[in-house]
Design a protein around this ligand. Sequence first.
Ligand code: ADP
Ligand code: MG
Length: 243
Amino acid sequence: MHHLDVRDLEASYAGNPVLRGVTLSADKGEVVSLIGPSGSGKSTLLRVLIGLTPPTAGAVCIGGTAVDYADKRSLRALRSRMSIVFQQFNLFQNMTALANVAIAPVKVHGVPKREAEERAMALLEKVGLGHKGDSYPDQLSGGQQQRVAIARALAVEPEILLLDEVTSALDPERVGEVLDTVRALAGDGITMLLVSHEMAFVREISTRVVMMDAGQVVETGTSAEIFTAAKMERTRAFVGAVI
Ligand code: ADP
Ligand code: MG
């Protein structure tokens, strides 16, 4: 049994199929990267997994338990097991970094405020921002804000972390610090699904890579297989073109 099992997943926007039968899996602690051209459905796949876009067919199992995306209780349970970080960090501007990280455990999961703040501080330390707990988002750089967003995603102690182009909105000199943060998490036992245009990073960090095109999986392989010995011409063209 895989930690995350996605089978024949389909989704549409306004009747247009965008995911056309996606099957993939991730074992516990794996970093599985999704690559593929813009519009291939990578973000939609992550949105469906976290319950922001409803699937129209297929199945998602976490630890062998099927997620029922039509059921509120199932969704609530899902969101304490899985978190997502987006390209745009979307921090609450009127809250300190610490409050941004502590709020979901308090409001959604009923954790006492003191305890949530202690954990939030530990998470800020983990992302290298232990000294910025009292800062507001507009006092932080983009890279720092994104690291707060990562700490916030970790605050519910998820088993699975989805990362959708978390460095794409950053100034080039800020990309490295966020990649360092992701790299540090990768060894921690959390299962990650990563979408990134940083191909050197994808190559280095991924246990497996899933190549997508037009809403389907073209090919799945280890990082070495996909980057140096891809079977499909479409994959070779893509990794060749972006490196
Ligand atoms: P990727 O993340 O790989 O670039 P997306 O999942 O964002 O791909 O997009 C997949 C397809 O779905 C694209 O054709 C895109 O235009 C379409 N799409 C994405 N979001 C929406 C939306 N909110 N409404 C309608 N179409 C969308
Ligand atoms: Mg996308």
